[in-house]
Design a protein around this ligand. Sequence first.
Ligand code: A2P
Length: 285
Amino acid sequence: MEYVRLRNGVELPKVGLGTWQIVERSLMNDVIKSAYDSGYRLIDFAKAYSNEIAVTKALREAGIGREEVILSDKLWRTVFGYEEVLDACKQSLKKLKTDYFDLYLIHWPASISTYPDWAEKNAENWRAMETLYKEGYVKAIGVSNFNVRYLSKLRETASIMPFVNQIELHPGLLQQDIVDFCQKESIQMEASSPLGSGEVLKQETLVRLGDKYGVSTAKICLRWGIQKGFVVIPKSTNPERIAGNISVFDFEISSDDMRLIDEIPYCGGIGLNPDDKFEFETYEV
Ligand code: A2P
């Protein structure tokens, strides 16, 4: 496995396990066991995925110690306020029977289309994230689904900029303006849905490149993300695909082919925009 190093020295594996939509306990047990056995050490989950307990129980049942994995959780978008964020994180830690997260992310910014005081809300939540970091509850803090608007506003008040920004990134959705901003600020990009939810795998250019390099189109997507400097967190419930998705370090995509992938037109996006109101704004978890 290869690693990236965040500004504060914390290392993250370049491939982690995504768990969105994996909720059911026995399935999670199988997924976590396969992933760990295949070499995954970063597990991404969220309160809003309703799988915090399933992940932890699966780790415990597989006999995997806390120090052996990097746990990355997310604060849900209905939590606002300094004390509220501290409480939410501590409640999640308690639920998971651990005293720290390796990575804790604000799942979504307070959206400009929903909250007139969106900037203050985001600033205040981030101030609490900084406290969680300084007090050792979290080894690295970050955000998710923050575009340039939210990041640049946060920069006006943050004393520590996020170490990580997790957004949807895959061939057919290279959010170059956000990637550029984050690279300039030394914010590590983490690619959620790096396979375009499986939708982009039939895309013609990717299929052709898979044939050329003798690998699956999924591996082309993941390798592209890694060569872009992203941490990728593919999800799968299939043991063979779980194992395959992490073995992407034995080939390299040429710069010409990287450019071809960059130019793939929009496809496979989930279609959620942090500037929009969307239906699970008040989703309770
Ligand atoms: P499955 O769980 O049956 O493997 P993303 O990570 O972009 O959200 O994509 C997840 C989707 O891609 C899931 O539907 C998953 O299905 C599928 N998937 C994951 N890995 C592969 C792979 N190597 N080849 C084909 N489909 C995959």
